[in-house]
Design a protein around this ligand. Structure first.
Ligand code: HEC
Length: 160
């Protein structure tokens, strides 16, 4: 259940809505199936899962499934940005050949590009956190989500 704590991040468990809780539980379930032995790799994957959980909550606000709340949205997007920054320290070259990792060999060949992409994710998250309306937030969340796919296409092995 460590993962769900991390998924809550600075938002705290209290604020995990039903949707977020479901996501956290799903994240735990998948962690059970493949918890990496290397602490850097498992921390990297846990951070990614936390980002995914936060993005799931964010999409609730963007679609109106969750009542619009700019204060919560700001906290959520600040947490995504913090996890994006944290991720930059979780790709040390020494973890390159870890069998539990789904990072592609390209990750280590183009590490500077990977780090730049995390900066971009952090920047877009902070900007989206300043959205004043649900519509504005939804418009900003689309390119933000694109940074996930953009990086995964090159740097993450396709899940089996
Ligand atoms: C700069 C590159 C990059 C960005 C940006 C990025 N990811 Fe990832 N992500 C990766 C890599 C690399 C892995 C594989 C990590 C490993 O297994 O070592 C990964 C793995 C994951 C995983 C699987 C974690 C596990 O349990 O193994 C999830 C979920 C995920 N990312 C979600 C996201 C979401 C959501 C976003 C956008 C908000 C995002 N990622 C943005 C590079 C990125």
């Amino acid at each position: 259940m460590v993962v769900s704590d991390k998924a809550g991040g600075s938002l705290g468990r209290r604020r995990l809505n039903a949707l977020g809780l479901t996501v956290a539980l799903v994240a735990c379930a998948s962690a059970w199936s493949g918890q990496a032995a290397n602490p850097t790799v498992s921390s990297r994957q846990a951070t990614m899962k936390a980002i995914a959980g936060q993005m799931k909550q964010a999409s609730g606000f963007a679609t109106g499934q969750t009542a619009w709340d700019p204060v919560k949205v700001k906290a959520l997007m600040t947490a995504v940005a913090a996890n994006a920054k944290k991720s930059k320290d979780l790709f040390p070259a020494k973890s390159a050949s870890d069998p539990d990792s789904s990072a592609t060999p390209a990750t280590w060949e183009h590490r500077a590009d990977v780090l730049k992409r995390f900066d971009e994710l952090a920047k877009l998250s902070l900007a989206a956190g300043g959205a004043k309306t649900q519509q504005d937030f939804r418009a900003q969340l689309t390119p933000l989500g694109g940074t996930c796919k953009g990086c995964h296409d090159t740097y993450r092995k396709k899940p089996a």
